[in-house]
Design a protein around this ligand. Structure first.
Ligand code: FUB
Length: 326
């Protein structure tokens, strides 16, 4: 029987997958997930359980056709600068080239972001010899605006090391701000014309409440944790992200791709498992949320499965909250 995807069901079951970054390339849906590595080692707040070693690219012609696994698209052993933990990737296209952006720890244990290229959206991808200069932390998400400028959003707390970069240098013992101080924001950098470098230094994004006040670090229901995604709807920029410790996918809206963004609400209520990570695409005339949970492994945090569901807007541009289990 063919594996036709159903909403809120695992897209594939032959491997564990997470962190789905979906895109419409060449008229099809391509998904760039993490490939969760199966092991029985320790699990902790530093994310040491996420020991991924490669990426697979998945695709489907549409939501009524089978999911195709295009096989291994990139392996850790082929990335000279990386030592371990291939975490959440994203992809982009410019002209005839496809770019896979991915975080990994370098040989000093510091998360950096690399890029690999291919002539096909399915890969295989050839990595650049070094990570993107000036990159740090995790969870790259690349958004190409209507004017063809490409922006990379990135950053994650705790195991993602964002707290350690507050001075612009890596301070291994640095903690995040106190609860009554503004939360750390994700970072954004303009990408170079060839999509391989930063064309601007990463800058911190400001996320504010409806009164224009910064979301505070202690506001764990709304503050940025990891997993940024950018999409545009009716001319507005939607920055969505995970709240980590409160396990929500939430969003904020702005008039510019670099913010500031005003917090709006919850897209997805907590899923089975600690992490929650997503992407949002338009396919034909509908919008879709891709996300993951741990249902395929009965709740093992590092054995996740990617899923999709339809995403709907209200007339005022707000997003209807999704409970994936209803
Ligand atoms: O998959 C490893 C990490 O878990 C990702 O980079 C985070 O976003 C979280 O999903």
């Amino acid at each position: 029987m063919k594996n036709i995807p159903k909403p809120n069901q695992p897209l594939v079951t032959h491997i564990y997958t997470a962190d789905p970054s979906a895109h419409v390339f060449e008229g099809k849906i391509y998904i760039y997930p993490s490939h969760d590595f199966e092991h029985d080692g320790p699990s902790n707040d530093n994310g040491d359980q996420y020991l991924m070693e490669d990426y697979h690219v998945l695709s489907m012609d549409n939501f009524e056709s089978p999911v195709v696994d295009h096989g291994q698209a990139l392996h850790l052993k082929d990335i000279p600068w990386a030592s371990k933990q291939l975490w959440a990737p994203d992809a982009a296209r410019k002209h005839d080239t496809y770019y896979l952006y991915f975080p990994a720890r370098d040989h000093e244990g510091i998360f950096r972001i690399g890029v690999a290229t291919s002539s096909s959206p399915a890969g295989p991808f050839k990595p650049q010899p070094n990570y993107i200069e000036g990159s740090f932390s995790i969870d790259p998400a690349v958004f190409v605006d209507d004017d063809q400028r490409a922006y990379m959003y990135f950053g994650g707390l705790w195991g993602g090391q964002l707290e350690k970069w507050q001075t612009g240098s890596f301070l291994p013992d640095a903690d995040g701000p106190a609860g009554d101080q503004p939360a750390l924001g994700p970072r954004v950098a303009l990408l170079s014309e060839d999509m391989l470098e930063f064309a601007s230094s990463p800058q911190e994004i400001s996320i504010v409440d409806e009164q224009g006040k910064p979301i505070l670090a202690g506001d764990e229901d709304r503050r940025y944790f990891e997993g940024p995604w950018m999409h545009k709807y009716n001319g507005k920029y939607y920055l969505s992200y995970s709240t980590g410790s409160t396990h929500k996918l939430v969003y904020a809206v702005g008039d510019s791709p670099i913010g500031p963004f005003t917090f709006k609400g919850t897209i997805l209520t907590p899923v089975i498992g600690w992490t929650t990570h997503h992407s949002i695409i338009q396919f034909e005339d509908k919008w879709y949320l891709f996300y993951h949970d741990c249902s395929l492994s009965n709740g093992v945090n590092h054995k996740r499965c990617i899923k999709y569901t339809e995403l709907k807007y209200n007339e005022d541009g707000t997003i209807q909250t999704i409970d994936p289990y209803k």
